[in-house]
Design a protein around this ligand. Structure first.
Ligand code: MN
Length: 261
């Protein structure tokens, strides 16, 4: 949907002080990772030297550009339920070869309307705009929907709705966790009818400028670009930097299109 190209609903899972997401250092290129929790805490480390705790309602936004690496770890202090979502945003040609960057937004804008509480992660929703960086025209909002509610849409955007908790009808279609509702460009409003108090991520954007190639943790335009990134991580040639982490570096077999050996 627009530049949104991947979604991972994390948990709900029980974590301890020592074991959380436990995702060791791994590389990214050509994308932004959007990390957002609705329960629990997690600790982010990256090759820019960032160490950042994230709690519910906050945003960690890491821009990979030409290359970055990071880990997602237990906090050493939090135990209990962990739940959230990690989304990827494909970067356009204008920025995808530039340097990596990291932003933490601890206090995102929120609005209340239609008995719904909205937290705006990226872009604009109902007149409220997030300060987070975005390289293409898009939006992402966390909605706590309690009943029937209508919201205006941008007619040239396509949208996805991802239910994290509860269940609802989206323009008459039943949605629950594990499913993604899609709206093609051309709608000027969306109607949610919550069957119970529900938590839904609404993601939208202008259809992306080009086809993308996704493989493992990389967003590219060709297999050749992915091959080069794979080689750089395998050879640890410095492109993706180094992460201060006690977890093991994550490796992967070569892309399927390459001859064994
Ligand atoms: Mn990652």
């Amino acid at each position: 949907m627009g530049a949104w190209c991947f979604a991972d609903h994390m948990g709900p899972a029980k974590v301890t002080k020592e074991h959380g997401l436990d995702i060791g250092p791994h590389p990214h290129m050509g994308l932004q990772t959007v990390t957002y929790l609705i329960n629990g805490e997690a600790l982010h480390h990256d090759s820019l030297g960032t160490e950042q705790l994230i709690t519910p309602g906050q945003l960690n936004l890491m821009t990979a550009g030409e290359g970055v690496s990071h880990s997602e770890e237990a906090t050493g202090q939090y135990e209990g339920t962990l739940q959230g979502i990690q989304l990827w945003i494909a970067q356009p040609d204008a920025t995808r070869h530039l340097a990596p960057a990291f932003e933490h937004h601890g206090d995102l804008p929120r609005i209340e309307l239609n008995d719904t509480s909205a937290t705006i992660l990226v872009g604009e929703f109902c007149g409220v705009t997030s300060p987070a960086r975005h390289d293409t025209e898009l939006m992402g909002t966390d909605l706590k929907v309690n009943r029937r509610a209508n919201f205006p849409l941008r007619i040239h955007f396509e949208y996805a709705a991802i239910v994290l908790e509860g269940s609802l009808m989206l323009n008459g279609i039943f949605l629950e966790p594990g499913h993604l509702g899609y709206l093609a460009p051309g709608s000027d409003q969306i109607e949610f009818d919550a069957l119970e108090p529900s938590r839904v991520m609404l993601l939208g954007g202008v259809p992306f400028e080009s086809e993308i190639h996704m493989w493992w943790n990389f967003v590219a335009r060709s297999r050749n670009e992915i091959d080069q990134a794979f080689n750089s991580w395998r050879d640890d040639d410095g492109r993706f930097g180094t992460v201060a982490s006690n977890l093991d570096r994550i490796n992967t077999p070569a892309p399927f299109w390459r001859a064994p050996g």
